[in-house]
Design a binder for this molecule. Structure first.
Ligand code: FE2
Length: 383
């Protein structure tokens, strides 16, 4: 089981690797991601069985809640909270009815949640949760929150005075059903899809309100087909632990997949959660056996990989058979694969990523992802 202090040694360490970022908060890592879903009990079973998440904590009627149930799962440093409403008259039910199963909270781990709230609101953020202290026998947690794109929110979590399993009000969740992990380690990045002309607004929000830097940008000439296109700016905090790419649709002959997302999501929202592994070949073999569906990569993609990426440790034929893509930036390479949407609407999906030196993103994989989604979009009749 991961200890909370264990988070401090993951990924790039605490040093500032993107000096352009102001990093005034600073953010120590992703604390948890909360999804509002139609049936948290069944969703938890899916993420246990298919993704190898482990049971961590529970809150519901038995713990004194009257309006909702939350199951908390953990794998590596990733904590996933799955929450469902217990009645129709509930903001959680309304959120789920409008957006489908969706990310509501991207919670960020800070040393001082009161100060994070004060600073971000002073810089223009809209308050969501005034700083509030929650206590139980294991100590106290201070949380505060601000709004971001669509109905998504950031909650700042200060937990240095807390020894409990997750948050006050949750009890340890012990289950007889414990499928093994698949090797997922931490959240690498989370992508927001926003509407026409809104990418710069939200890139500016992360720069001005959160002190982030622009790591890399992709325009509609980088990422397009003969039919459609998108634009993207990747925003990062100073220590590189938090990366939020922001996508917006770009004009083409047919409908952009970002537009398709926004139509079915009924607004801007989180498009994908990228989770890192140290052994992507093992992880993907395992997840495929557990029934996770991945996007199809065109076989021709692999014809040019060696020219683009050069020498890699992995067997290219094995990567091809598993559908794992490989790309590079100027510091190293990265391996990536994308699931199909994990619910009925063509909205949220997951990415599995392994970084081998690369701290950024490559254009080749982004383009291949775009083409794969467009192929599925055409089959859905929504291109
Ligand atoms: Fe991604």
């Amino acid at each position: 089981m991961t200890t909370l202090t264990g988070i401090s040694d993951f990924h790039y360490g605490l040093q500032k690797i993107f000096p352009e970022a102001e990093d005034f908060l600073p953010l120590l890592g992703t604390d948890y991601v909360e999804l509002y879903v139609g049936n948290a009990k069944q969703a938890a079973h899916y993420y246990q069985s298919a993704f190898g998440f482990q049971t961590l904590a529970y809150a519901g009627l038995e713990t004194g809640l009257r309006d909702r149930t939350s199951y908390v799962l953990q794998q590596g440093k990733i904590r996933l909270v799955l929450t469902s409403a217990l009645h129709s008259n509930s903001p959680i039910a309304e959120h789920q009815s409008k957006h489908g199963d969706a990310v509501k909270v991207i919670a960020l781990w800070v040393d001082d949640a009161r100060e994070a709230f004060r600073q971000t609101v002073a810089r223009g953020a809209t308050p969501y949760l005034e700083p509030s202290v929650e206590q139980d026998a294991f100590g106290e947690v201070l949380r505060s929150g601000i709004h971001t794109y669509g109905e998504t929110v950031h909650i700042f979590v200060e937990r240095k005075n807390y020894q409990g399993v997750f948050l006050p009000g949750y009890e340890k969740w012990v289950s007889d059903y414990n499928p093994p992990v698949t090797g997922l380690q931490y959240i690498d990045h989370m992508v927001g899809n926003v509407g026409w002309g809104e990418m710069n607004t939200w890139a500016k929000f992360y720069a001005e309100v959160m002190g982030f830097a622009n790591l890399i940008s992709f325009d509609d000439k980088d990422i397009s087909t003969e039919y459609s296109a998108l634009m993207s700016k990747v925003m990062t905090n100073g220590n590189g632990r938090i990366k939020f790419p922001i996508n917006e649709p770009a004009k083409g002959l047919k409908k952009s997949q970002i537009e398709e997302f926004i139509e079915f999501f009924e607004g801007p929202g989180c498009q994908h959660i990228a989770v890192a592994t140290n052994d992507i070949v093992f992880t993907i073999q395992d997840m495929r056996q557990r029934g996770v569906e991945f996007l199809h990569v065109p076989g021709t993609y692999y014809d040019t990989v060696r020219d683009r990426v050069g020498i890699i440790d992995e067997d290219l034929e094995q990567l091809k058979s598993l559908g794992i893509m490989v790309d590079r930036d100027d510091e190293g390479y990265l391996l990536q694969i994308f699931t199909r949407p994990v619910e009925d609407r063509p909205t949220m999906f997951f990415e599995i990523i392994q970084r081998k030196g690369a701290k950024s993103f490559g254009k080749g994989n982004f383009q291949a992802l775009f083409e794969s989604i467009e192929a599925e979009q055409a089959r859905r009749g929504t291109l």
